[in-house]
Design a binder for this molecule. Sequence first.
Ligand code: CMP
Length: 507
Amino acid sequence: MAAADLYKKAFYFLIVAGSVLLALFILSLLEDAGRNYLVSDFGFDFDSRGRLAPRAGPDAPNMMTVTGISLIENVIRIFKVILWMVFVVSLIRLLTNILFETVLRSAAQTEIATLLRTVLSIVIYIVAFFIIFQSQYPQIELAPLFTGSAILGIVVGLALQDTLGNLFAGLALQVDHPFEVGDVIVMANRGQGVVESVSWRGVRIRTFQNKLLVISNAALGKETIEVAPQYNLNARLVMFNTTYSASPAKTAQVVREAIRQVDNVSTKMRPVIRIRDFGESSLDWEIKYWPENYAKFNDTDAMIRQRIWYAFQREGISFAFPTRTHYTAAGPETPSIEEQVSTTAEYLERVPIFAPLSDEETAQLARSSIRRVYAPGELIVRKGQEGTSMFVIIRGSVKVQLPDAAGPRTINQLGPNDFFGEMSLLTGEPRSANVVAEEETDVMQIRKAAVKPIFEANPELLETISAMIEERRKLLTQEQFEQTMRPTRPESGMMSAIRKFFGIGEY
Ligand code: CMP
């Protein structure tokens, strides 16, 4: 609260307090004068406790006068009680204003301040009323009236049952402080929205349809509430699905790209895009993202779905049909064996080391090759394992890595038309390194049995490949651990080692 506002309130208080005190002062002057006048002229006397009492004897006042005077006395007392209460109320209002709006408001929550202020003020008013009333009517005992009267207790209890229930539930809510104004809360049976205010009666929630949901504290206390605090990054899940033919790696990449530009998706946390389930007829996915402003998640979810739809259109990824839809369609055309062989052969022809092979030899190699696809990060070849096949990369890329105490160390990268796994295949030694798919990668796996006749017929192929193995070995040996793990063979010995392993005679 602004200081000027506070000064204004203090000024009003001074005026009210001054007027009340002045009124009380004038009232007591008039009262004294009146009492003395009654004693001297109207047959009244002061009793032992200083109260007016009709004098006995011949000049005693008549009944009418006595009743009239006691009525006037009562009116004056009630008037005094009212004036004192006005004074107390304005004083308490000023003090609580100063205390709660300046000190507590900065330290605690606004709602707590308001609630405490109301409760505290009510208690003080009641106590003040007791004291003031007793000072004017000392002969009436109020305490037993309240404590002793069971009927009054029941009446008050019943009348205030809900109010008190709300008050205490509100207090418990404030102590617990599970949410504050601006947070989004979700109540299982009642809906969800942004908390707009918290009072000692209940909580007002602005729903996402811009309606106002008012719920009493007592009712709220019985609810299970999910809170998304406003100064917290709260995650959202958005679901979608694709057909089983859509590549997971590609889908994840396309979706990541699609939602990158969506407003309100926090850049502080990288969205998680993952397969939630293998559905009946779809790959079921979920996106976990963190909205900057959680209260706007409906719009953000919708925009994410829209962007995914467009991205899928461009990339040829299809959403799955509803799970219960039965449709008859010609299955995908599977190419004949010969077509498959010729496609594989085309790939193999592009690989430089297989260039010297005749068409028949390439076709032969193609026939015994198997096409395989690996996910990003998947291990294709593990260091130290036995290896009986080599691989030619058709699409994607791989990293050749040496495991290290500090994590894998990449020593080379290979792309389309490169090959790997030849070292073990040709020498019978354990795999010399890990080979890991860097992205979604298609490879052609060729087994030892398939390459053996090719090498027998093509000594120059053996030479080229030996030279390449030497090159790769050199790089491996440069890496400090390799020295101890696998001593390099002398170059001249490489060819004969391969020949020996394959059981190929000297040429
Ligand atoms: P292999 O030893 O069977 O299994 C690991 C494979 O990693 C290895 O065959 C090679 O094909 C490949 N490799 C090892 N070192 C290198 C390197 N320096 N450059 C490229 N590829 C390599």
